[in-house]
Ligand binder design. Structure first.
Ligand code: B12
Length: 213
């Protein structure tokens, strides 16, 4: 196993075992080894979170363990954040308002997307979780955004994505609406009249690029 493979494996293990010390050490090591952030996310941390999701689905672990894994993920994102933000303001790239839609408190995927977009040089306004349509529109207006990105992790909160598309239309359709999250799909986005969908944080960069060029 190469050093890089070992680091990615350690990142995955750290999330799976909610080991904050290990995640901090392995994330710093990954940076030293110049592993790209999309690689750190997709082939390290994200893989660990996938396992957590599967184990939770099979009732092998419960909410407290999922929360612990989420906190471990946040500890890693905290270390990666300055690198991501280093690109901030470097160019004249568009502003994206990112939030988790109303009724939904899942933030990890949204945070990953924010980090990826920042890393690619976009100006990201993170309005947090359980954000209603007005909060999206107000933030977009205030920061002169081009894109609204809404994350939903529950089948019940997919409806809030539809509401955001409609609220944007009523407001004059000034912004492109893109969506993601585990229950979201390209078909759903087409059905609700959204402008785009991406399955991962890595793909969101090309999606935003294609909508803002
Ligand atoms: C972590 C987690 C939690 C954590 C969230 C911590 C946090 N700070 O975010 C906690 C423990 C708090 C939690 C709470 C709950 N959860 Co939960 N949770 C999960 C879990 C295990 C993983 C989600 C996750 O973080 N994945 C990792 C990230 C990296 O992946 P991701 O979110 O999919 O994001 C990627 C892509 O989707 C995409 N993406 C994401 N957002 C966006 C946005 C845009 C614009 C784009 C383009 C792309 C994009 O890019 C991301 C990066 O690649 C899932 C299980 C699963 N299999 O998904 C359940 C799950 C989502 N939870 C579920 C439930 C039911 C709940 C609760 C209601 C539980 C309860 N009984 O209280 C509450 C929610 C309350 C509420 N009102 O929201 C269900 C939803 C079921 C359903 N039918 O919809 C799931 C599917 C588990 C299950 N099988 O039952 N949960």
């Amino acid at each position: 196993m190469s050093d890089i493979e070992k680091t990615l494996a350690d990142l995955k293990t750290a999330i799976e075992t909610w080991n904050v010390k290990l995640v901090q050490e392995a994330t710093k090591r990954a940076i030293d080894e110049k592993i790209s952030v999309p690689d750190i996310m997709d082939n390290g941390l994200g893989k660990g979170m996938e396992t957590i999701g599967q184990r939770f689905d099979r009732a092998e672990i419960y909410l407290p363990q999922v929360v612990a894994a989420s906190k471990t993920m946040e500890a890693a994102l905290k270390i990666l954040e300055p690198i991501m933000s280093a690109n901030k303001g470097a160019g004249a790239k568009a502003t994206v308002v990112m939030g988790t839609v109303e009724g939904d408190i899942h933030e990890i995927g949204k945070n990953v997307c924010c980090a990826m977009l920042r890393g690619a040089g976009y100006n990201v306004i993170d309005i947090g979780a359980d954000a209603d349509c007005q909060k999206f529109l107000d933030a977009a207006e205030e920061h002169n955004a081009a894109v609204l990105g809404g994350s939903a992790l529950m089948t019940t909160t997919l409806e809030s994505q539809r509401e955001l598309v409609e609220a944007n239309k009523e407001d004059g359709g000034k912004y492109k609406c893109i969506f993601g999250g585990a229950p979201c799909s390209k078909e759903w986005c087409d059905e609700i009249g959204a402008d785009g969908y991406s399955a991962t944080g890595a793909e969101i960069i090309d999606l935003v690029k294609s909508l803002t060029q």
